[in-house]
Design a protein around this ligand. Structure first.
Ligand code: SF4
Length: 419
């Protein structure tokens, strides 16, 4: 057997995993080494080797380590280290969800600098769907096999509590097994304070009783208060965002978490954002997956006017560092709407184990100027995953892998409680 042909049992691109050279070891010994050996340290820059050793030894990396990783330009080395965490957690699987996005309204009382989606009632591009229309659109998606409706909107000033509850109840009645993933933490706070006039927990309980399955991870942006004040003044603080998720997790709910990067934040501020997410996850265990988004600059203005889109290199590096640092979150999603499907496919070798979903009509990034498609087919996602050497599997809203029998239309397992 040629040693250069020995490959580890799971995914093995790029060729840095191949054993090289020869010694007095017999082929069987080499085979044993190949099956256990995850990283070729000669291919890792010296300054990153202590971090790589920590990862291989299952030790937690520090914030200083994460900053060093962000400063590294050897993308392949970062990918190799991130891949160790990725395969340890998810083997060779890469998942996707069959979902339908819907934005019930873009009318919002805030004006975040990076947001091209929001509108005031008087604006020509303002929209607000009637519940009947939302039910019709979601009903049309059910025969396609979607398992989740993903629904967020602006902070609407006048929609009533009864409207939100009626919407959830009618979606629930439409298909009891359809998972309703809805509302960012800031929408939850808006509903609690201005619409429902209830504490956060009671608001979440009321929404859940009406049909809410999980809350979304949006609105996190970058937690640093100075950055927040510049790009989304008036939005909830980091502590408030975290508190909504903490409360939801304490109720047994699960959620995702996000980061909007590639605008005015420093690398240290990115690391601090990841730190706060990791700390809450240590406390609750309620985050299922992390979804970083690169800022989409096409329609940007004001302080963000001159920002360039994060390069492919930067997006892959950010994914790899996130995978290495967030050792307590099982899944890392590449949001193909932002990356584009080809780069999302490549990211499967840089820590990513999930390509998000079919989506069926994305609006927020496209109103900001994204030129990627607004949806993907299951076949396209599975093809992209297979081409990358991974095994495609449909998942549910909690990233649980679905087999054929438990796909759309079949009963979901009961809601998970926090680990
Ligand atoms: S990001 Fe959300 S809260 Fe901010 S303006 Fe847009 S819709 Fe409103």
């Amino acid at each position: 057997m040629q040693l250069s042909k020995i490959r580890p049992p799971s995914h093995s691109w790029p060729p840095w995993f191949l054993l090289q050279g020869s010694s007095g070891l017999c082929n069987a010994c080499y085979l044993g080494l190949a099956l256990n050996f995850r990283m070729n340290y000669q291919l890792i820059p010296k300054e990153l080797r202590p971090i790589a050793e920590k990862v291989e030894g299952r030790q937690r990396v520090s914030e200083a380590d994460a900053l060093a990783l962000y400063g590294a330009n050897d993308l392949n080395a970062l990918g190799m280290v991130a891949n160790v965490v990725r395969e340890r957690k998810n083997d060779n699987y890469a998942t996707y969800i069959h979902n339908r996005y819907i934005n019930y309204s873009n009318i919002c009382i805030l004006s975040c600098q990076f947001c091209a989606f929001a509108a005031k009632k008087r604006d020509a591009h303002a929209f607000e769907y009637a519940i009947d229309e939302i039910i019709r659109v979601v009903g049309d998606a059910l025969p396609l096999g979607v398992t989740e409706v993903h629904m967020v909107g602006g902070l609407h000033p006048t929609l009533k509590k009864e409207w939100y509850l009626d919407l959830l109840q009618r979606l629930r009645a439409l298909e009891p097994n359809l998972h309703i993933k809805a509302f960012t933490a800031i929408e939850v706070r808006h509903l609690a304070q201005r619409i429902f006039r209830m504490p956060i927990r009671e608001t979440l309980e009321t929404l859940r009783a009406a049909g809410l399955g999980s809350i979304t991870g949006g609105g996190a942006e970058i937690f640093d208060p100075v950055v927040r004040d510049k790009i989304c003044r008036g939005k909830e603080t980091a502590a408030e965002w975290l508190e909504v998720h903490r409360t939801w997790h304490s109720m047994g709910g699960r959620s995702t978490c996000t980061m909007l990067y590639g605008h005015i934040e420093t690398l240290a501020q990115r690391v601090d954002h990841l730190r706060q997410i990791r700390e809450l996850q240590d406390e609750t265990g309620g985050f299922t997956g992390f979804v970083p988004f690169a800022f989409e600059p096409s329609q940007s203005h004001g302080i963000l006017a001159k920002i360039k889109r994060a390069s492919a290199f930067e997006q892959l590096r950010n994914l790899a560092v996130s995978r290495i640092y967030l050792d307590n979150i099982d899944h890392l999603t590449a949001y193909w709407v932002s990356l584009g499907l080809p780069l999302a496919q490549v990211s499967l070798s840089y820590g990513v184990d999930d390509l998000h979903g079919t989506i069926l009509e994305e609006k927020i990034f496209h109103m900001a100027g994204a030129t990627t498609p607004q949806q993907q087919t299951v076949a396209a996602l599975e093809h992209a995953i297979r081409e990358a050497g991974r095994e495609p599997v449909q998942r549910d809203s909690h990233y649980r892998r679905l087999n054929g029998a438990s796909r759309a239309g079949q009963p979901n397992e009961p809601e998970l409680v926090c680990a």
